[in-house]
Design a protein. Structure first.
Length: 289
């Protein structure tokens, strides 16, 4: 009923909320992406995206199409793998940033393991900055993390960084901002300090932890505020404005290691990358569920 090519294009736009980024991910012209989305909308008889000068958003019908598109593409890929008669093998070292601890990433990994039982998957959960360094050192084959500076990578989705804290938290504008942060090389830590110093706001470190759960516990206790992805706000915490400066946007990207070092990991890495891209909307829309 629905063209898999158009469904993949729809998912890419839905995850990046950008026709330009979707075109880059798929290696297509932006006009081609727009055309494929328009044809899918014609096939459904519904508008899947609302577009204006401020950006792109999913409509209610677009939200509904997310689940259908994933199911159709998953079934298509399982059938193709079955009849191809080939099974992936090898060792795959995958790194995911702490941001995904509370998301539905385990569902994606579980499905990958089920479909590829002969792949030895090793998961490393670390700070994004640490994962970038490990990938550069050849210690990982595939990384899902925040983009670092002008680093390469395929955008899985983009979002805003916001200040979050306990609902009862009240900040005194005459006192330094109490910060709950990862240690260096945490990218959200660096962004928080950068914007506060640029605005001339005094700050102090109220809590440092390498664990996301540790930071969440400190925030729930009302110790201060933390910079966090808007689409991944944990339960029990809320967005805090209180005159704090804007933190800007953040890209979550997939990065591949040097295939020359680990050619045997190339197939498994490409398969897992495809699974993450296909289910990328689950990583933020499913947060905290």
């Amino acid at each position: 009923m629905y063209d898999p090519v158009q469904l993949r294009t729809f998912l890419a736009v839905a995850q990046t909320l950008s026709f330009t980024q979707a075109a880059r991910r798929l290696g297509l012209r932006q006009s081609t992406v727009s055309q494929q989305v328009r044809r899918l909308e014609d096939a459904t008889g519904r508008r899947l995206f609302s577009r204006d000068t401020h950006g792109v958003e999913l409509t209610e019908d677009g939200e509904a199409m997310l689940g259908f598109a994933r199911s159709i593409l998953d079934a298509n890929e399982r059938a193709a793998a079955f009849f191809a008669g080939t099974r992936l093998r090898g060792r795959l070292r995958f790194g995911a940033s702490e941001d995904f601890v509370l998301t539905r990433l385990p569902e994606i990994l579980e499905a990958f393991r089920h479909e590829n039982p002969e792949v030895d998957l090793e998961l490393t959960v670390e700070l994004s900055g640490t994962l970038h360094a490990m990938l550069a050192d050849g210690k990982l084959d595939l990384v899902l993390a925040k983009r670092s500076g002008a680093s390469r990578g395929t955008v899985v989705w983009r979002d805003d960084l916001v200040w979050i804290g306990a609902e009862r938290l009240r900040l005194d504008p005459d006192q330094p901002v109490p910060l709950i942060v990862y240690p260096p090389p945490g990218l959200t830590r660096a962004r928080a300090l950068e914007v506060l110093e640029r605005e001339g706001r005094a700050w102090r470190i109220a809590c440092t932890s390498t664990s996301l759960n540790g930071l969440i516990a400190a925030a729930r206790a009302g110790l201060g505020v933390m910079a966090h992805t808007r689409g991944l706000i944990p339960p029990g915490l809320t967005r805090v404005r209180a005159g704090l400066p804007d933190l800007g946007g953040v890209d979550f990207v997939l990065l591949h290691g040097d295939d020359r070092r680990r050619a045997s990991a190339r197939g498994p890495a490409e398969a897992l990358a495809a699974a993450v891209l296909a289910g990328g909307d689950r990583l933020h829309r499913g947060a905290g569920s």
